[in-house]
Design a protein around this ligand. Structure first.
Ligand SMILES: [Zn+2]
Length: 237
């Protein structure tokens, strides 16, 4: 057999393709990038790949920009095209964690046609923790630096340490809005969990405390992935 082809197949057999779901304020971005590093797989956030395509001004990127500029959702057929392109890039070949996709059953079905997903990771965080975390978030009007009144306090109240700009709270981060966002997340995610549950393992990882270090959560994820045989062995840190 052709050597390159054989190597590619060999590498393919080690593939781990994951999807991650987590409510807003769960720290999903942090966990995703850490887990990807540990497993040596790509972390793919649809928001990021949209921005990349727009920046590179590709044909798809220009299409995406049209919708984004009008404040409209990018249609499914364009999203899946971009995703397909990204999944075919060399650094996705050893596996990936997909963040922000799919959001609907139709998208999940479209994804099934272009990739084999091995497991879903679902981050479970009690509502009070999310509210505590997000409602304490403050952002600098000037430079965009993010603070948290509990964990990363500015030295002077209401003032950015970096640039002296004024800190504000995003409308989205007010408790009543957070509760609404969580409801939307639940409604959107549950059907997807039900869809995948019939086919592949769902790895539920809870963060029961507000200050659980990200490493602990990521190790939990890895242990669960091993238990369900989604991953075999990984190199130590
Ligand atoms: Zn600032």
């Amino acid at each position: 057999m052709d050597k390159i082809l054989w190597e590619r197949r060999e590498r393919k057999s080690l593939n781990t393709n994951l999807i991650i779901f987590g409510p807003p304020g769960a720290g999903k971005g942090t966990y995703t990038s850490r887990l990807a590093t540990r497993l040596k797989i790509a972390s793919i956030a649809t928001g990021d790949i949209f921005r990349e395509e727009i920046k590179r001004s590709t044909v798809l990127g220009r299409k995406v920009a049209e919708f984004v500029n009008k404040g409209e959702l990018v249609p499914d057929e364009i999203t899946i095209e971009i995703l397909k392109k990204r999944l075919n890039e060399p650094n996705s070949q050893s596996g990936f964690i997909l963040d922000g996709y799919p959001r609907t059953i139709e998208q999940a079905k479209a994804l099934d046609k272009i990739a084999k997903i091995d497991a879903v990771i679902q981050i479970i965080v009690p509502e009070w923790i999310i509210i505590e975390r997000l409602s304490n978030r403050r952002i600098c009007k000037n430079c965009g630096e993010i603070y948290n009144l509990r964990f990363i306090k500015p030295k002077i109240e209401g003032v950015c340490d970096k640039c002296g700009g004024q800190l504000y709270q995003r409308e989205d981060d007010k408790p009543e809005v957070i509760k609404e966002r969580l409801k939307v997340y639940e409604k959107q995610t549950q059907p997807l969990i039900d869809y995948y549950k019939q086919k592949i393992p769902i790895i539920e990882v809870e963060t029961p405390q507000i200050e659980t270090p990200p490493e602990t959560i990521v190790e939990k994820m890895i242990n669960e992935l091993k238990k369900t045989n989604v991953i075999k062995t990984i190199e130590p840190k």
